[in-house]
Design a protein around this ligand. Sequence first.
Ligand code: SF4
Ligand code: ZN
Length: 331
Amino acid sequence: MLKTVKSINDECPQTLFIQMSKQCSKCKKSNAIYLRNYSGELLCKKCFIKSVEYKAKRTLSKFSMIKHGDRVAVAVSGGKDSLALLNILKNILSGVNPELVAITVDEGIKGYRDESLNIVKCFCSSIGVENRVVSFSELFGLSMDNAMEVRPSEKISSCSMCGTFRRRAIDQLAESCGANVIATGHNLDDYIQTFLINLFAGDVERIGWTYPEPIEYGVGGLKKIKPLMEIYEKELVLYAIHLNIPFQAEECPYKDESIRSAFRSHLNNLEKIHPGIKYNAYNSILKIAKKLKSTNNVIDREHRRCLVCGRDSSGDVCSVCSTLNLLFKKN
Ligand code: SF4
Ligand code: ZN
């Protein structure tokens, strides 16, 4: 039996349901369940689901994210965004791209990751998508729990260490599945937060890299795509709940209180007062990223190789190998 977790941070789904006796402004037949504040539309369940899937489809085509013959690996963690993404891609690519595979990374976090691995496994089997899992222990010789014990905390934060390993694990798992496209569940809120993080860190080059037209990297030419990047986070919560998609909402015990959480909460407050402000910000960021991508401010990621593992690297040693070095040296 799948377990559904229905509480999530400050976007509590209970507050997203609107009891209305008004009609859906699209079909003019059913009762509305959602008021899309930024557009003023009232939507019934069916039209809401359709509109979310349509947005993802439009993003895929606007940025040429998937081409004929691509094999797509969907990175699925067990959270609402990645499970919603899997369901959306399964629906919109049905018949076009039968080679969808769900890839999951087991970081090795006791009492947290086990539940989400189970949620992903059950959901994939219920919609008939293959699920492949790889663990940090298999790839790097230590779990996240082990790494937290030996890490020099002043030199590396939990999430940056975990993120470095997870990105590599996803790449390797996708390659081993024969996939050339990796789809991730980043939403519009994530995209704006990432922009602000880069802006406040003075990392202008990275802003250009976030432009959504995929760039190939790695030996076999992998591409990363974010089909949900034009969809508000709260709409993905609502999508998952209305379709009874189970998801894990419990927080990871190692989560840092990063600047991302602060931006998230400020942006949510702003959106409450000025509906649509996130959408405006998204459109402006897209223009800035496009300009930066096409100027010299964005240095193309050089095709250098890590001297230790041989994978793509911006320096002599890649971030995974230098992190492992830091962890094992401490040991
Ligand atoms: Fe890893 Fe941080 Fe996410 Fe936990 S919250 S799974 S440590 S990235
Ligand atoms: Zn390396």
